[in-house]
Structures are given as C-alpha cells and as structure tokens.
Design a protein around this ligand. Structure first.
Ligand code: EPU
Length: 443
C-alpha cells in the first residue's frame, strides 16, 4: 500500500486546476446503463473510484473507452447482464447506483450490499433507496448480502426520501434514474438538493428524460419509453476545491483554486472568512491567502446548501491552527471522526463525543506516522501534514486516491515537499466490508 511523506511547514503558492466531480461522475457513468446508445462523458476524474465504476460497468455488459483527456465513451454491449458482484461492489458504496438504472432498463438487478467508506459502527444504510424503488413497483428481496429487485416496468408514484438525517444523495440519484423510464409521473419529495443531482438531471434531460425541479427538494419526473445517447461535461469537484482552499489557508499560503463554481462553496467560504482567511472570489476561481492568524469558528454539517460533511475533516485540520476553541457538530454522519485520533497523534487536542468535536487550539503540529482510514479523513491528514513541522508519513493512502486525482503532484506543484512511496502488494483488500442496518425489506 502506498504512503505519502510530507516535510511540512511550506506555505503553498500558485494555482491549482480542479478535477471533475467524483460524486457527479459516478452517478452519471451509471446513468449510461439507461440507454443502449453511446454516451460520451467529459471531465471524468482519474480516480480509483472511477476505475471501480468502469470495471463494474464492463461486468454489466458495457464497453468503456477512456481517452487521455478524461473523456469516457460508454455503450451497452450485453443488456442481459444484471449482476453487480460483491467483489466489485464491496470496494465502493456508490456501486449501489447501478440498481436504479439496471432495474429501469433491464427489468431486474442483483446488487451486492455496498462497501466503501465506513463511518463508525452504524455503517451507511440503503433502506431509503429500497423504499423508493419499492414505491415505483419493484419487488425487492434481500438475501445473502445481495439486494434482488425486479419489475417488468416501473410505475410512477409519489414518494418521500427524508431519512433520520435529512435526504439521501445517492438514494435521490438512484430513484431519479429509475423514474426516468417508469410509466407515468413520479414525484420525489424531500429530494437531495446537492449540485451533483442537478448535474445528473442535466445529463438525463439531454438523454431525453423529462425532469423538473432539480436543485429543489421536489423532483417531478414524467417517465418516457426510452432514452438516447448524449455528451456531457461533468461539473467541477466542489470537495476537491474546498480541500485545496483549506490547503492554502492551513499553510498560510497564496493559492488560486481554479476551474470551479464558487457559489457551490458558499458555506465553506463563509466559514473561512469568519476564520479570518482572506478570499478573493471570482467567477470560476477563488484566491486564498491569510494575514497569518486564524480565528476559531464553529461548524455544523448539514445536507446542501449546508456545510458539507465531506469538508468537516479538512476543516477540523485547519481549526487546529486557530487561536482559540472551535466546536464541530457532525449532523449527517454522527460517527465521521476517523481523523480525530490521527490528528491528535500529530499534536492536535481534539475531544470527540457523540457527533461533536471540540478543538482546543492552537496546536503546534509535529510530524508523525499516521494512517488514513477513509477518504476525507485521509485528506485532512494530508492537510495537517502540510502544516506540521518535520516529517509526516501517511499510510493507506489508497483511501485518498479514491477521491483526489494525483494529490501529491498537485500539492508539489504548489511548492509542498511531498512524495509518494509506492508500496508492495499486501493482498489486503482496499475497501472494507461494510455493516448495514438490518433492512426492513427482507423477503
Ligand atoms: N441514509 C439513510 N438511509 C439510506 C441512505 C442514507 O438513513 O438509505 C442516511 C445516512 O446514514 C446519512 C444520510 O442519510 O446519515 C445522508 O447519506 P446519503 O445517502 O446522502 O449519503 P450517500 O449518498 O451515500 C453521498 C456522497 C458522500 C457524502 C454524502 C453526504 C456520493 C458517491 N457519496 O453519499 O460522499 O458524504 O452523500 O453528502 O455521492 C465522499 O465523497 O467522501 C463521500 C462519502
């Protein structure tokens, strides 16, 4: 397994171009199952989660060609494939996005219960996905780690996707994709409002779907008989963008984060400004600098347009450098604090309990050997390593590679002293099996 080694303490400077959005590209690639025509998707990031998606699509009878410019052409070669196997699905929770399109286009799907990032003992359930598909008339059975779903044709319905912590992003994407080919109208109440849902709806409408309301909490979909091929450019990755803004701030650097949609980052930029970080916000870029001092701020994560849970760990790293105590409330995933013990190993003083963390800062971070245990926790360790004195070695960097394209190259270009040590094969699985709440849909 690869490691990243950082000699910290260098203020970053320069400009960084942001990749296409991971969380947009994944559902969009799965949406190509909805047609037998060729779809060409541009600005697809070079990430291990995209490679997992590609392998899964191939196993589902799709041909995938990628060119060096990040464009993917996807076309159905064998529409009889309906099995998303455990070996691939366990690597990435977003594999569950295959169930909606398979069911809608091919009439059935057998998809392993997903793996991917695990945030604590409660895992990440898929009950809302299943409830939504059942509402569209699917017959669902959960047995031996697989969800089996069947429907000769889905039928439009009104359904509500609100769960205990708000809506569900990939659940909304799954039901939205399925509803495009259902008979009649579907209304999704309490739909996720994330920009990635807007991007997916744009692709689907370009394929011939009839979707209104994307970006609001109610989606209305008139089902159509068939979708056709199209071309689409994936939107920029707002979480990668936020991570590089924090990298500029935590190193007291001077960084321009380019090729982004600043409006999508409003909650982060407001919090950064409250922390005294100096931002110059343009049409498609943000320049970040500091006057050297960082103030404490309190952060409370929520579904979009709230503060993104995916930037909670990176922001926690930054706030170890603030002059005073900051409070973090994690409202989307109460257990998403895998970064805390590792940040504390670097000298942070963070107390965490029951969905909350208190950062008793300022903390002088100094290099140590630490370990990434999920994607955004890993990113926060990289950020802390950039701010720490001495050498930080971060193990299990494959977690970070799931969501950040060439992170060490991009940071090195900004002046960071960062290298990757390529590890030997260990035979260990990259992607832990993932506990799920007992489904209420057991046959
Ligand atoms: N939930 C349920 N039941 C469900 C689904 C979700 O109770 O059936 C709960 C979850 O436990 C959580 C909340 O609803 O408390 C929100 O989860 P959601 O379903 O929205 O998460 P997701 O769709 O699985 C996506 C992103 C995550 C991001 C979350 C929240 C993708 C591929 N993944 O996950 O991204 O953290 O939304 O914004 O879009 C990441 O990129 O690092 C990442 C984990």
């Amino acid at each position: 397994m690869d490691k990243i080694i950082i000699e910290g303490g260098v203020p970053l400077s320069g400009s960084v171009k942001i990749q296409g959005s991971k969380n947009s590209a994944l559902p969009i690639l799965f949406a190509t199952i909805l047609t037998e025509d060729r779809c060409t998707i541009h600005n697809v990031p070079e990430l291990s989660d995209v490679r997992t998606t590609e392998a899964l699509l191939r196993s589902l009878g799709m041909s995938c060609e990628r060119n060096d410019a990040g464009s993917f052409s996807v076309e159905t070669t064998d529409p009889s494939c309906t099995l998303a196997d455990y070996e691939l699905v366990k690597k990435m929770r977003a594999s569950f996005l295959s169930i909606g399109p398979l069911l809608a286009r091919r009439g059935k799907a057998k998809v392993s219960i997903p793996g991917g990032c695990v945030f604590g003992a409660n895992g990440r359930p898929v009950d809302l996905h299943l409830m939504g598909l059942e509402a569209l008339g699917a017959r669902i059975k959960v047995a031996k780690g697989y969800v089996e779903a069947e429907a000769s044709r889905l039928i439009g319905n009104t359904l509500d996707l609100s769960g205990p912590n708000g809506s569900t992003v990939t659940g909304t994407a799954n039901i939205l994709m399925a509803a495009t080919l259902a008979k009649g109208e579907t209304k999704i109440r309490n739909a996720a409002m994330e920009p990635e849902i807007i991007d997916l709806a744009m692709l689907l409408n370009n394929m011939g779907a009839e979707i209104e309301g994307a970006g609001t909490d109610e989606l209305r979909i008139q089902g159509v008989d068939a979708l056709h091929g199209t071309e689409h450019v994936v939107m920029p990755d707002r979480i990668e963008a936020g991570t590089y803004l924090i990298a500029g701030a935590i190193t007291r650097g001077n960084v321009t984060v380019d090729g982004i949609m600043p409006k999508q980052l409003e909650k982060l930029t407001t919090s950064l400004e409250q922390a005294g970080i100096i931002l110059d916000i343009g049409e498609d870029h943000i320049h970040v600098s500091t006057n050297g001092s960082i103030r404490p701020v309190d952060i409370s994560t929520r579904a979009y347009p709230g503060f993104p849970t995916d930037l909670q760990a990176p922001m926690t790293a930054l706030l170890t450098q603030a002059k005073g105590t900051s409070q973090i409330s994690e409202n989307v995933y109460k257990d998403r604090f895998n970064h805390v013990p590792e940040l504390n190993r670097l000298g942070a003083v963070i107390h965490q309990e029951d969905g909350h963390a208190t950062i008793d800062a300022p903390n002088e971070l100094s290099g140590a050997k630490i370990m990434a245990s999920d994607l955004r926790a890993g990113a926060s360790l990289v950020l802390a390593g950039l701010a720490a004195t001495g050498t930080t070695t971060i193990d299990r960097i494959y977690h970070v590679d799931r969501g950040y394209e060439r992170i060490e190259k991009k940071l090195a270009k900004l002046g960071a002293r960062i290298t990757r040590k390529v590890g030997e094969e260990t035979g260990e699985e990259e992607g832990a099996p993932y506990p799920t709440r007992t489904p209420t849909h057991q046959a």
